[in-house]
Ligand binder design. Structure first.
Ligand code: PMP
Length: 380
């Protein structure tokens, strides 16, 4: 008999039955009064939980649409933008901004390391940047940026919008929009919210909304804040058909977040990440991200000598756990393990026990229980 399959890639993450049920509901008219109220409550809750006096947008599209919206609503052709890149998804901002004719400067770290905050400060002092982008957790490297410390620096540059990509962090790692001086936070539903892929969410500070106003007409249509703002204030209005069932699914995810308590959720992610990372280290893997900057949402686990990536991940999948391969320079050298969203202790114990079985099956020396023991010691 085959084992159940658990998808532990860094998104989409496992979707709880109660969230799936919302996607299976009979779709109603988007002007249905009950749905309109549900949509309103989603926007209100997102605003309150992430603490902003600004605006919230919930739009059909993946996280990349959120990146595009963040940029096109705050800067225009010819403006200077600073991109802080800790890997593949940081670099995506460069590609995106090149298309828009922006004057781009990039500071990149070596994969696994972070750009020092002092370097960001020095760069901001050197030129009038209209925006700076930072990826909170770069999914390719498993590095987590210190958003609070960077926000503390950016706040002194009045003309600079602080754009944070939270696709692999939001609802797992602390992000308080106004307190952290974030001007645009963007994310997607498929990671720490534990909803299927398909929605992007953005939080825009009052400062970001004032910038949008100052830009006048922008070339983008679907991505324009001004087109969506009336709908976010009153979902009875129409611009583009809302993804009714995904909004219900997001509402259920938010209900779960509120029930847990958002700060408890942040603490849980931190504790789980620490336990998972120590467990895989005990089995001979090492973590790519440097200590102090390790993501709470996923771990990028470098193979010990003698393990073939393709074979290991195939055996692991046959045993019931699906993980993702490495990207760019780390393809074949590591696997990426998601541990965010609505996963529980059962899931984590299964994951580590399955990694032990897979190691055994590919002929790597393993004493059964080593990883599970370390996991439990750190969880209990
Ligand atoms: N940013 C980060 C940090 C991501 O991890 C991802 C997706 N893995 C994206 C942006 C792009 O999101 P999407 O695939 O939903 O477009």
């Amino acid at each position: 008999m085959k084992n159940k399959k658990l998808v532990m890639i860094p998104g989409p993450t496992p979707v709880l039955r109660s969230i799936q049920d919302q996607m299976g509901r009979e779709t109603v008219a988007f002007k249905d009064p009950d749905f309109v109220n549900d949509f309103k409550s989603v926007v209100k809750d997102l605003k309150e939980l992430w603490k902003t006096s600004g605006e919230v947008f919930v739009i059909a599209g993946s996280g990349t649409l959120g990146m595009e919206m963040a940029v096109c609503n705050t800067v225009q052709k010819g403006d200077s933008i600073l991109i802080i890149s800790h890997g593949y998804f940081g670099d995506r901002f460069t590609e995106l901004c090149e298309r828009k004719g922006l004057d781009i400067d990039v500071i990149s770290s070596e994969w696994g390391k972070v750009v020092p905050v002092e370097d960001i400060k020095a760069k901001l002092e050197s030129k009038n940047y209209k925006a700076v982008t930072v990826t909170h957790v770069d999914t390719a490297t498993g590095v987590m940026a210190d958003i609070e410390a960077i926000g503390d620096v950016v706040k002194d540059f009045e003309d600079t919008m602080f754009i944070v990509d939270g696709v692999c962090a939001t609802a797992a790692a602390k992000e308080y929009v106004d307190e952290m001086h974030i001007d645009i936070l963007l994310t997607g539903t498929q990671k720490a919210f534990g909803v299927a892929p398909g929605l992007t969410m953005l939080w825009a500070s009052e400062k970001a909304m004032a910038r949008r106003e100052s830009l006048g007409m922008i070339p983008e249509y679907y991505a324009d804040f001004n087109k969506w703002l009336p709908i976010m204030h009153d979902p009875m209005k129409y611009f583009g058909t809302p993804a009714v069932n995904l909004i219900w699914a997001l509402q259920e995810s938010i209900r779960i977040i509120k029930e847990e308590g958002i700060d408890n959720r942040y603490d849980r992610h931190e504790k789980n990440a620490n336990a998972m990372q120590k467990a895989v280290e005990a089995l001979g893997f090492s973590i790519l991200a440097e200590k102090g900057y390790r993501a709470v949402s996923l771990s990028n686990c470098l193979y010990p000598e003698g393990i073939n990536d393709a074979e290991f991940r195939q055996v692991l999948a046959d045993e019931g756990i699906v993980v993702a391969g490495g990207l760019g320079p780390y393809a074949g050298k590591l696997f990426r393990l998601g541990h965010m969203g609505n996963i529980d202790t059962h899931d984590m114990v299964s994951v580590i026990a399955t990694i032990e079985r897979a190691l055994y099956k590919v002929g790597y020396p393993v004493k059964f229980g080593t990883g599970v023991g370390v996991l439990l010691e750190n969880l209990m």
